[in-house]
Design a protein around this ligand. Sequence first.
Ligand SMILES: *Cc1c(COP(=O)(O)O)cnc(C)c1O
Length: 386
Amino acid sequence: MTSERSVYLDHAATTPIDPAVLAAMVAQLEAGAANPSSIHRAGRQALAALDRAREAVATVLGATPREIIFTASGSESDNLALKGIVRALRRAGRGAHLVVSAIEHHAVLHAAAALEREGCSVTTVPVDHDGLVDPAAVAAALRDDTLLVSVMLANNEIGTIQPIAEIAAHCRARGVLMHSDAVQAVGAVPINVDALGVDALTIAAHKFHGPPGIGALYVRRGTPLEPLVDGGGQERRRRAGTEPVAAAVGMALALQLAEQRREATAAHCRLLRDQLITGLLERIPDSWLNGHATRRLPNNVNLGFAAIEGESMLLLLDQAGIAASSGAACSAGSLEASHVLLALGLDERRALGSLRLSVGRSTSADDVQYVLARVPPIVARLRSFG
Ligand SMILES: *Cc1c(COP(=O)(O)O)cnc(C)c1O
C-alpha cells in the first residue's frame, strides 16, 4: 500500500545525516588511506584531522580534548562509563555500589545489571508520574561505598529533562562520581560538563544528524577508567582500535552545527511538538500525555491511548507513510511494555498503548496537519476491532 506522503517522526531513534557532514566525511575518506598511528605523512595528516575533531567535540562540551574518548555508539559510551569507572574504582577498593534512575536507557540499565552480576549492588531511584528524578531521592540513595551515579540528561522515550546539575551537586558533596547519558539532549539542551557538574557524559553522533557508528564519552581528567577494549594504545589507552577518522570528523561537524542551530531548532520543534500534543489530545478521546508537559525535549511527543496496542498502530501509521515509534526502538517487535512508562506508574495495558512522535529540523507544519488528520481515524479503527 502506498501513501501520499512520507513523514519521518522518529528522530529520537536516529536522524538523517546533514549534507555538510556527509560532504566533510567523503572528503576525509577521499583524502586516502591512513592510520592515525602511522609515522608517515599520510598518517600524520589523519592524526591531525582526528585531533581537530576531538578538539571541536571538546570545545562544544566545555571539556579538554584529552577528556574525549571516541567510541562506536552511545551504548558503548554508556557501558564504558559504568563498567570502566566502577571496575577501576572497585579494583582500588573504593566500594561496590552504584545508583541509576529507573528510566535510563537499556545501555545503562543492562551495564548496571552486568556489574551487579560481578558483585556490585545497584540502587534504582524511581521517577514521579511526570518522569522526573528527585535530586533528594538520589542524595538519599548515596552510601559510603557508592562509586557512581548515572542519570540521563533527557529521556529517549518521554523526553523528560532531568535536573542533572542539582543531582551532580549532591554527588560531588559526597565524593561520588556522576555520569549522564546526554544522547538525546544534544542540539536541544545546552550541554557544558562543568555547568552540569558531571564526571562522565555520553553522546552519539547519529542522534544529532551525524554518522552512525560513532559516539563519544567525556571523562573528567583524573577519573579512573578501565578499558572495555584492550589492544593498542589508542584513545590514551582507554579504547583500543584504529580510529574512524572520517566518522570523527563527521561527528565533530554535526555537533558544532547542532550547537549553532540549537535555539532555532528547539523553537521550530517546540511549536510542532505542541501542535501535535494539543491536536491529538483534542481529537482522540481517552488519550493522555506521557512525561512532563514542559520539562521535556522540544521534539518529543509521547501519547497514550486507552484500549490500543501500540505496535499495531505503528503498522497502520507506516501504511499511511508515518514513521513513528511506540517507545524505545530496541523494544519494538516485542510486546514488552516499556520500562520507562511502567516507571511512571502506568499499568501494563496502558503502557502498551503509547505512541512516540519525535520531530526534527525538517519536519513541517504540513507534516503535522497530515498526522493530525491520519492518526485519529487509525486509533478509532483499532478500537473498533478491540
Ligand atoms: C539512542 C540512545 C542510546 C544508544 O545509542 P546508540 O548509538 O544507539 O548505541 C543511549 N541512550 C539514549 C538516551 C539514546 O537515546
